[in-house]
Write a protein that binds this ligand. Structure first.
Ligand code: AMP
Ligand code: MG
Length: 298
């Protein structure tokens, strides 16, 4: 497992005013890591990921059998920060039946005819499952805040100032609190990538034919709003990192580091729950014994 002090560093304590510039995007997050050097940290990181994949698969089985909790993982990031790859690597050992992934794109006409949380509510993980939101209701205080014209057709006219967004953060906090009170555990990850690294990854998508399909001119257009997005993220994370649904700011310039950190936090969280295989009652034990007799006497 990853050292606790590092996990603590990435976790945004409620009430912290987040400035993303204060958070590093690279692997060298602590003095100890820096001293060890990149190659060693990378190698160890990959081992930890493999260990966690096995532990997570086990923990997920008990989550399923226990059937009291669900786990919601929210992934948010700028384009090319590695959301898809993180999901693929973190969940690769988990039984697909216990896991649900939803990627949210531009809302449909039907979505827009409802309150902004509606389309996400319909995709929440069932008890016993892990649900992953690849983008989420946070888009409604991110892309929609950066492009407020998206709201024009959605809502009655009115002010779209600070108090409008404060009300949305408030709605999100209440929504998440409601979920937590009903047995959902919520983990939120912001994959924090540097602007230069995004450029490098976009260029790779242009240079390598097998990556061409991932390039979208729209992503390049959004890059022009980089600073607005960073502001929107800072405000959203500041307002919505709560005791019941904390944010983690995960360095995303090195994909191996991102994956290991996310896997570690997810695994730790499940291991921290009081999960148990359901107890067999005396009555059930009798039924099992009866079934054995029947089979053996065939
Ligand atoms: P991708 O994840 O690259 O497939 O892109 C999905 C696109 O859908 C992104 O440009 C998001 O900003 C956009 N999107 C996701 N949720 C919303 C939303 N609630 N309102 C407007 N655009 C959204
Ligand atoms: Mg994209």
């Amino acid at each position: 497992m990853i050292k606790k002090e590092l996990i603590k560093k990435l976790r945004v304590e409620p009430g912290t005013k987040v400035r993303l510039k204060d958070y590093e995007t690279g692997w060298a997050q602590t003095k100890n890591l820096k001293e060890a050097g990149k190659e060693q940290v990378k190698e160890r990181s990959k081992e930890i990921l493999t260990e966690n994949q096995a532990l997570l698969a086990e923990a997920q089985q008990v989550l399923y059998a226990d059937d009291r909790y669900s786990l919601l993982i929210v992934l948010q990031a700028m384009d090319a920060a590695g959301k898809d790859g993180t999901i693929k690597h973190v969940m690769s050992g988990v039984n697909p039946q216990g896991c649900q992934v939803f990627a949210f794109k531009k809302p449909s006409a039907e979505d827009l005819d409802h309150n902004f949380l509606w389309r996400y509510m319909r995709c929440l993980p069932e008890r016993g499952r892990i649900g992953i939101f690849n983008r989420s209701y946070y888009e409604d205080v991110l892309v929609v805040k950066v492009h407020p014209e998206l709201l024009q057709r959605q809502l009655p006219d009115g002010k779209r100032g600070k108090s409008f967004w404060a009300a949305r953060y408030d709605d999100i906090n209440s929504f998440e609190r409601h979920l937590v009170r009903n047995g959902t555990i919520i983990l939120k990850f912001f994959l924090h990538v540097a602007k230069d690294e995004q450029k490098k990854r976009f260029l790779e998508r242009l240079d390598r034919s097998e990556k061409n399909w991932k390039f979208s001119a729209a992503d390049l257009a959004e890059r022009e709003f980089w600073d607005d997005y960073q502001d929107a993220y800072e405000n959203a994370i500041t307002a919505t990192s709560t005791d019941w649904a904390p944010w983690y700011i995960i360095p995303a310039d090195d994909k191996w580091a991102t994956r290991t950190l996310v896997a570690d936090i997810v695994t730790r969280t499940l291991q921290g729950l009081d999960l148990e295989f359901p107890e067999v009652t005396d009555e059930q034990r009798q039924i099992l014994a009866e079934a054995r007799r029947k089979l053996e006497s065939e």
